[in-house]
Design a binder for this molecule. Structure first.
Ligand SMILES: [Mn+2]
Length: 231
């Protein structure tokens, strides 16, 4: 990563700050932005899973919209859209989603539009940002949402996206662009050649993490507490 960063530092003008899975951890989110000394000149990209499980999903998404941060579709936003439309089959997730809907109040339909418009990936000259990850040798525009938002491991077919016997998707990545992703709290911080993973399980009592370009610096805030237990 270091060689790549050195090259980038010469050409990248705008500071870009990527933020891992927030899951309603509003206080930690605000602290992390302060620690990164974010200004209106910066580009901020939230990697998805902004909502659900944690204490203040509404606070998080309102802050993101007010400050015109960019945000990606995570599997929790994707599931929440289905829930709001009455299409969700996984009843285990109803209780936390109903609390998010309650927080959003009477304007939930307007929020539905916001969530539906979230991009599945953001591609820049210098990087690719995605919530789950990439399928080897495919551009994300050619990969379905349910894979882009949920992939952890790759079996060659996309049947099982989380199998400890299969390699992590990023071990198979051969592209030239830096990929920044979230979604894998059990794996935690990943900093390897051309991949940076930022889900460090804040909502489970871990940390909330940011990656700052062009410096290539990781910035973290400890969770106040474990808001929910990890499965
Ligand atoms: Mn996720």
């Amino acid at each position: 990563l270091e060689k790549w960063l050195k090259n980038l530092q010469n050409i990248m003008k705008k500071r870009t700050i990527f933020i891992g899975d927030i899951h309603g951890c509003y206080l930690e989110f605000k602290q992390l932005l302060a620690k990164c000394a974010v200004t209106p000149e910066d580009r901020v990209i939230v990697l998805g899973d902004m909502i659900n499980k944690g204490p203040d999903s509404r606070g998080v998404v309102e802050y993101i919209r007010e400050h015109r941060f960019e945000a990606l579709m995570g599997n929790h936003e994707y599931g929440f859209i289905k829930y709001l439309k009455g299409h969700l089959r996984d009843e285990n997730r109803f209780s936390t989603f109903s609390s998010v809907k309650e927080q959003l109040g009477i304007h939930w339909k307007e929020w539905l539009t916001y969530f539906e418009e979230l991009p599945l990936f953001i591609e820049d000259r210098d990087f690719m940002a995605v919530h789950g990850g990439l399928v080897p040798d495919l551009h994300p525009r050619d990969v379905p949402a349910k894979i882009l938002t949920r992939i952890r491991t790759w079996d060659g077919k996309g049947e099982n996206l989380h199998n400890p016997k299969d390699p992590a998707w990023y071990e198979l990545y051969r592209g030239q662009k830096l990929v920044v992703f979230g979604h894998w709290a059990q794996r935690g911080l990943v900093v390897e050649n051309r991949v940076v993973g930022l889900d460090t399980g804040c909502v489970y009592g871990g940390k909330l993490s940011a990656f700052v370009l062009p410096e290539g610096k990781i910035v973290q805030i400890d969770a106040k507490k474990a808001y929910i237990s990890i499965k």
